[in-house]
Design a binder for this molecule. Structure first.
Ligand code: BEZ
Ligand code: FE
Length: 299
């Protein structure tokens, strides 16, 4: 076998593999071990992809144009790269990796781009809807640790779209609706009025929307209500609850649905007495329960 001339495919593979090694080695001088690990692993996976699909130069140029367009449409209100990460399931996978299954802790899901820091505070039993259109919905539950101890004073941020599928921040006039924060009481209990969630599309008027369209995928998200819950010494939870029976549960555009987060939003016919005596006139309403379990923070 010695001195035998390499076959063309072997010579080709050798050239490709040598390049990978050269690029990997180019990061060897990095003094930040984690950065070195990230760059070297990324190099190997990226080259494996290029070789696996035998990427054409036109395809590579198309990808660069796509990313350039994503850059051009991105500003302080529109983040096309987050959407791209979301529709590849990369956001969701990063969440999975960083929120390891922990006893009975409530599962996490995607943050999304529509959270704002300074949402109004409401009292327990208050209304987050801020006058937005939609069916009134009573949401209640308890915040506990994984041992079952109630967590008083947990900060609960909630946000959602109106029945037209828009968040307040998608309007350019500074209006505030569909968001608030409140604190759990001395028994860890909370409740508030919001809107029964309805489905809406992720922003799809840019390159990510075109990508979804060209592969026959829908931009729609399953109906949901966002939560971010934090308490001293506990891991902060970013999650949503979804609506039992929503037909989008099986094909949420950002892969955010987890079985444990699907809740019954029980319809209450008009005239059904409300938990706090609120008068909803002739309107039907809904109610949902969501108990939240926070694991201990990593030490
Ligand atoms: C959201 O749920 O608000 C969302 C998540 C990912 C992409 C776009 C929107
Ligand atoms: Fe959302």
């Amino acid at each position: 076998m010695t001195n035998q001339k390499q076959s063309a495919p072997d010579a080709q593979a050798a050239i490709e593999e040598e390049l990978i090694q050269t690029v990997v080695d180019s990061f060897a001088t990095c003094t930040d071990d984690r950065l070195k690990e990230l760059m070297q692993s990324l190099t190997k996976h990226l080259h494996a992809f290029i070789r696996d699909v035998r990427l054409t130069e036109d395809e590579w140029n198309g990808a660069i144009e796509f990313l350039t367009e994503a850059g051009h449409i991105t500003d302080d209100k529109r983040q096309e790269f987050i959407l791209l990460s979301d529709v590849f399931g990369a956001s969701m996978q990063t969440i999975n990796v960083n929120n390891e299954v922990h006893d009975n802790a409530t599962e996490a899901t995607v943050f999304g781009p529509f959270f704002v820091d300074d949402a109004p505070q409401i009292e327990i039993g208050g209304d987050i809807s801020g006058g937005a259109q939609g069916q009134a919905c009573w949401v209640e539950g308890t915040v506990k640790d994984t041992e079952g101890n109630p967590l008083p004073g947990a900060r609960i941020e909630v946000w959602e779209a109106d029945e037209e599928g828009f968040y307040d921040v998608q309007h350019s006039d500074g209006r505030v609706y569909g968001r608030a924060h409140l604190f759990s009481d001395e028994n860890g209990k909370y409740n508030f009025w919001g809107l029964t969630p309805t489905p809406y599309p992720i922003p799809h008027d840019g390159p990510v929307g075109r990508l979804l369209e060209s592969v026959g995928r829908s931009p729609m998200r399953a109906s949901h209500l966002h939560f971010m819950v934090s308490a001293e010494r506990q891991r902060t939870l970013v999650t949503h609850i979804f609506v039992t029976g929503d037909e989008l549960l099986t094909h949420d555009s950002v892969f955010g649905v987890k079985q444990s987060l699907i809740k019954d939003f029980v319809q209450q016919p008009a005239g059904t007495p409300t938990p706090d005596g609120r008068d909803l006139a002739d309107a039907s309403w809904a109610r949902a329960e969501f108990d939240i379990v926070l694991p201990p923070a990593a030490v």
